[in-house]
Design a protein. Structure first.
Length: 177
């Protein structure tokens, strides 16, 4: 399972970096423009993703500052988001890399942010949600960039795998088709 999560963490960093580069090509007005999506704008969506990632990373590690609201804005502009996002993605990769196979099966206990509920679930299941949530919001940002007349880079995992050579399976376990 660890190989899969190491790949997801690397993919996450790669895809976020591509989107941040795409955002360098739009104006500040376009970046903050309300485009009628749940978090209003590209900035709102990317900041939410950053906030949620910090919430989950705190749950996974118990390190860092807890966040009390998913509506918190932690970055005000693209440059700040780029800097903080890249640091957080490096930390995510490091945290996953330090985990052992047995860690993914351990039960984690945490409190929800919106409603004060105590939840329990295996760390591996929570990590699948964590990476899926990021993919969901990157897709929204990709669509907003398209809505603004841009042609953003493809973010499919297969492109990441082809570019980086990162695969989950060991070469001897692969089949050819």
């Amino acid at each position: 399972m660890k190989a899969a999560f190491v790949m997801y963490a690397s993919y996450n960093k790669w895809a976020n970096d591509l989107l941040l580069q795409e955002c360098d090509q739009i104006t500040a007005e376009e970046y903050h423009r309300d485009l009628g999506v749940y978090f209003n704008s590209i900035h709102g969506t990317m900041d939410h993703q950053y906030v949620a990632d910090k919430v989950w990373l705190y749950r996974f590690t118990g390190q860092g500052d807890p966040i009390d609201s998913l509506d918190e804005q932690l970055t005000g502009d693209l440059a700040t988001l780029q800097e903080k996002r890249r640091l957080l993605d490096d930390r995510i990769c490091s945290v996953i890399d330090q985990m052992q196979e047995k860690d993914f099966l351990r039960t984690m206990i945490y409190r929800t942010v919106r409603k004060p509920l105590v939840m329990q679930q295996p760390l591996g299941a929570a990590l699948f949600h964590f990476f899926n949530h990021q993919t969901h919001h990157r897709g929204q940002v990709h669509a907003m960039l398209t809505q603004l007349g841009r042609t953003p880079a493809a973010l499919d995992m297969i492109y990441f795998q082809r570019e980086t050579g990162q695969w989950m399976a060991k070469e001897e376990d692969m089949i050819t088709a």
